[in-house]
Design a protein around this ligand. Structure first.
Ligand code: HEC
Length: 147
């Protein structure tokens, strides 16, 4: 639950920055705050991601990063508690062996549903099929082949 409050606090922080910043007005009168309130490397990463992957990243940070880590390395702050450890999504060989359908099933049904550790929760009740597909897309962007 605490991460929900952390996110709420972060949103409030962003909103307070918005008030202080003398941000340029766009032609339609709305403020152009997106670029100024987001970290530079984040902007660079966003350019490499599709719309679906950016939606997935948002959901991933909300629901998955506590265990799988901000960068998907399986090292979220909750990870030390868990045995087996949350999967490392940067493990390309392992992740490439899992089909998109299988990853979506794992998210929807949890570890229990696919013969994995029940410590991997099920998300089917909280996320729509479309949202789960977004998260799968985002996970694929973490474990792209680099060689
Ligand atoms: C409470 C901690 C926790 C959270 C939150 C969590 N996971 Fe996991 N996840 C795990 C653990 C532990 C495993 C390892 C299961 C195993 O190897 O038996 C795992 C494994 C996985 C796997 C690999 C399954 C396989 O076949 O090896 C995927 C994919 C996955 N999680 C996706 C997600 C996604 C996406 C989210 C967010 C929607 C998420 N997890 C949130 C703990 C978590």
């Amino acid at each position: 639950m605490t991460h929900v409050f952390a996110i709420a606090a972060f949103v409030m922080l962003l909103m307070s920055c918005k008030e202080k910043d003398a941000t340029p007005q766009q032609a339609d009168g709305t403020e152009d705050t997106l670029q100024t309130s987001v970290k530079v490397d984040e902007v660079a990463e966003s350019r490499l991601l599709s719309y679906e992957q950016r939606q997935g990243r948002h959901l991933y940070r909300k629901y998955c990063s506590v265990c799988h880590g901000e960068e998907g390395k399986g090292d979220g702050f909750n990870a030390f508690n868990l045995d087996p450890r949350p999967r490392d999504f940067t493990d390309v060989t392992y992740m490439n062996a899992l089909s998109d359908v299988r990853v979506a099933e794992t998210i929807s049904q949890g570890g229990r549903g696919v013969n994995r550790s029940p410590l991997m929760p099920s998300w089917g009740g909280r996320m729509s099929k479309k949202e789960i597909a977004y998260v799968v897309d985002y996970i694929r962007s973490i474990s792209v082949k680099t060689e």
